[in-house]
Design a protein around this ligand. Structure first.
Ligand code: ADP
Length: 181
């Protein structure tokens, strides 16, 4: 599924973010930057120990990473040159949940743009172990990315969904928003 927003190609696909051939992939990390299950575990498993070594340095400098914020490391053995680690909110039905979730996407794009990345892949942040309902999270994610493309334009944003249901939700929303390719 491909749509065009301003000068950015925004795509959604069903797949594995760890094998994407893009400049950077985004990790749904935890606030200790300690690695874990889900997409975080998959990224460290394929990327190798160099990513955690860089996170150790960041942790020594600033402690962990609060929800809504993001840090950047190299991509280790991944095809992607960079990994942006952002921490989604643990869903609690609070008004701050969508704000923090949107901040994950905005801050990831800001970091990517600042480092000169042209292509960036996002997973569906917070909708796994952190239990944010996908129907609520997907519109927040897409709106945050589209708004952030004005200050932080990239050539391509790729939403990589891990289930057919998630992919269907993203495809419908993007088709309603964008100029279809
Ligand atoms: P969180 O703790 O932020 O909820 P999770 O990793 O538990 O993060 O889940 C976030 C989303 O990432 C879920 O939709 C999950 O299915 C998905 N996911 C898990 N592994 C991968 C992968 N290899 N590529 C893309 N998405 C993945």
């Amino acid at each position: 599924m491909k749509a065009k927003f301003r000068d950015t190609l925004v795509t959604a696909l069903l797949g594995d973010i760890t094998v994407q051939d893009v400049d950077g992939i985004v990790n749904a990390a935890n606030s200790r930057l300690a690695g874990g299950g889900g997409v975080d575990g998959a990224i460290h498993a394929r990327g190798g120990p160099a990513i955690m070594r860089e996170l150790d340095v960041i942790r020594a400098r600033q402690g962990g990473c609060p929800a809504g914020q993001a840090v950047i490391t190299g991509g280790g053995n991944l095809a992607a040159r960079y990994v942006i680690h952002t921490v989604g909110p643990v869903y609690g039905g609070r008004p701050s949940d969508p704000e923090l979730l949107a901040a994950c996407y905005t801050n990831s794009l800001r970091l990517a743009h600042g480092r000169g990345l042209r292509t960036l892949a996002f997973p569906s942040i917070s909708t796994g172990a952190y239990r944010y309902p996908i129907e609520a999270a997907a519109p927040v994610a897409i709106a945050a990315v589209l708004a952030a493309l004005a200050p932080y334009p990239l050539a391509e944003i790729r939403f990589v969904l891990h289930s057919a249901g998630d992919y269907g939700i993203y495809s419908r929303l993007l088709a309603a928003e964008g100029r279809l390719q």
